[in-house]
Write a protein that binds this ligand. Structure first.
Ligand code: SF4
Length: 108
């Protein structure tokens, strides 16, 4: 099940936050697991970074990337790639760090 399809199903199941933009996600027909690479940059190493890069490449051409990121930030999504960002990058943004600063921290 894709990222967007999963969210869509969860939203409908819970009767909350029906988000029409999810139907336009570039991940709609892809495997959800792609957007939840195992580990973190520190624990998952190269495999994690490759997984993140693959997911981000899809997000980069997604027509609803902005909405997806806004949704993840508003809902403080702690896991997975949303709107082309990792959980760590989103946490950094919430802390007021620039995205480049958070990416540098994740890679160190
Ligand atoms: S930005 Fe990425 S995770 Fe969000 S809907 Fe688009 S492809 Fe899926």
């Amino acid at each position: 099940m894709s990222h967007a399809a999963y969210l869509w199903a969860e939203s409908l199941k819970n009767f909350v936050n029906h988000e029409p933009w999810m139907a336009e996600g570039a991940c709609l027909t892809l495997d959800l697991d792609m957007f939840f690479p195992p580990g973190t940059d520190a624990t998952g190493g190269v495999k994690y970074r490759e997984g993140v890069a693959k997911a981000k490449a899809i997000c980069a051409v997604c027509p609803v990337q902005r909405q997806c990121l806004e949704f993840a930030m508003a809902n403080e999504e702690e896991f997975g790639i949303w709107g082309g960002t990792t959980a760590g990058e989103r946490a950094g943004r919430r802390s007021g760090l620039a995205l480049s600063e958070t990416r540098a921290l994740e890679a160190s």
